[in-house]
Every structure is written in C-alpha cells, then in structure tokens.
Design a protein around this ligand. Structure first.
Ligand SMILES: Cc1cc2nc3c(=O)[nH]c(=O)nc-3n(C[C@H](O)[C@H](O)[C@H](O)COP(=O)(O)O)c2cc1C
Length: 222
C-alpha cells in the first residue's frame, strides 16, 4: 500500500528540464534546435525552462575575482536554473572542433558553487552545424567537463548536419526519419531521467582519485 502511494505521488511530479542553446547569434541554428527540443519535450509531458545563453554569459574566469563568494550574475543564474531543474539539454555550436569558449567559461565559473550544481544532474547534448558532421566534436569535448563534474551525460547525442538546410519554415526537422530519431532520443532521455527521479533503486557514489584527501585547492567534486 505504501509503495503504491509512493508510485502515485511520483507519477504526479513532471520532469523539469532546462533547455538552452550555447549560441548568442540571432539566427542561430542551435537555437532553432533547442526550441524544437523544448517543444518536443513539452509534447511528451516535460516542463521546460527555456533559457538563452545571454542569461548565462559571464566575464572571463579569473580565480582572483573569487573573493567574498563573488560569482558573476550569469553563473549565478546558470547555477540557480540547474538546481531548479532535474536535467538540462544544451544545443551547442562547434567552434574549431570543440565547444564554444563562452560555454566552457560559464561551466568553469558555475563549477565553483557549493554544492556543485552539475553533480548528479542529467544532461543531453546536441549540436547543429552547416557541416556534414553537425558539430558532433563539440559534444565530445563537452562530455569531458560535465562528466568530470559528476553530471549524468546521456550516452546518445544528437548532431544535425547540413543544419542550414535541415529545418522547415515552421522550425521542424524536414527529414521525417531524422525528425523521428530526434524525438526518440529526447523521449529516451526523459524516460531515464524520470526513472532516476522517481524510482531510484541504486545509489552509487563516484569518487575521483581514490585516496585523494579533500583540500580546497584541489577539490572539484563533492
Ligand atoms: C569561430 C568559429 C569556428 C567554427 N568552427 C567550426 C567547426 O569546427 N566545425 C563546424 O562544423 N562548424 C564550425 N563553425 C561554423 C558553425 O558551425 C556555424 O557558424 C554555426 O552556424 C554556428 O552555430 P549557430 O548557428 O548556432 O550560431 C565555426 C564558426 C565559427 C564562428
């Protein structure tokens, strides 16, 4: 009976997902992809918190600025929005085979909050680019800091190649097979986050560098 009640209560909690594009460009392809992801997740029962990169953009990281708990406003906002949601989805451009500097910069700033807000947050990575590979290398580079910080990065990633030709005028993905795969990736991600949020059965602690003593200079993961 108690279990049934718990399941019923769990059923009442919708997933909250922060979605944003890491491009500040007005006609950004990644922003189109992020908006489409938000629509698809809402259609599938998620509650989307849509943000724009300009809300999180921060001045270049400098450890000397970290006096009296100073954090730039963009990092404060990113931290707040991560904590308010169960998961996050980023559509990121690829710059020179890697993630954009402005995104890494705000990740570095935000990693300084305690509790560290990426830890145990679920993440889905996507990209769009006019190139054939769709900016996929940016996503491999993004996995590194996120996994380092304890985020649960979904194994599947979605990269939209030839993205300048891939959208319909209404912002849908024109290719029907690709559109179906896009929705399937998002739904698979939502199912995993939903399971972790409402039906946790195994709690696993992950510790980097076994035996390392916690020290404010070297400590990165709580
Ligand atoms: C500095 C810079 C570097 C870029 N490097 C790459 C790259 O390595 N791979 C790629 O596919 N596209 C690259 N591009 C092209 C971007 O994918 C393209 O401009 C894309 O539209 C940017 O994303 P957005 O439309 O969301 O702003 C680069 C663009 C810039 C400005």
């Amino acid at each position: 009976m108690e279990t049934k009640q718990k399941i019923e209560q769990a059923d009442q909690q919708p997933l909250r997902i922060l979605v944003f594009s890491a491009s500040m460009r007005k006609d950004s392809l990644n922003t189109r992809l992020a908006k489409l992801a938000a629509q698809v997740m809402e259609k599938n029962g998620g509650v989307v918190d849509y943000a724009s990169m300009s809300e999180f953009d921060s001045p270049s990281y400098n450890q000397d600025l970290e006096i009296n708990n100073f954090y730039p406003q963009g990092a404060e906002e990113f931290c707040k929005r991560l904590l308010a949601n169960d998961a996050f989805v980023i559509a990121s451009p690829e710059y020179n085979g890697s993630m954009p500097g402005l995104l890494k910069n705000v990740i570095d700033w935000t990693s300084r909050f305690r509790p560290q807000p990426f830890n145990e947050r679920h993440a889905l990575l996507m990209s769009a680019s006019p190139s054939m590979a769709g900016g996929n290398r940016a996503l491999w580079s993004l996995r590194m800091p996120f996994e380092h910080l304890g985020a649960r990065v979904f194994p599947d990633m979605f990269s939209l190649g030839s993205a300048h030709k891939a959208f319909t005028p209404d912002g849908e993905i024109a290719d029907a097979i690709l559109a179906k795969r896009f929705e399937a990736s998002l739904v698979a991600f939502m199912n995993l986050v939903e399971a972790a949020k409402n039906y946790p059965c195994i709690k696993k602690a992950w510790v980097e560098f076994l035996g390392e003593k916690t020290d404010s200079l070297i400590e990165r993961v709580e």
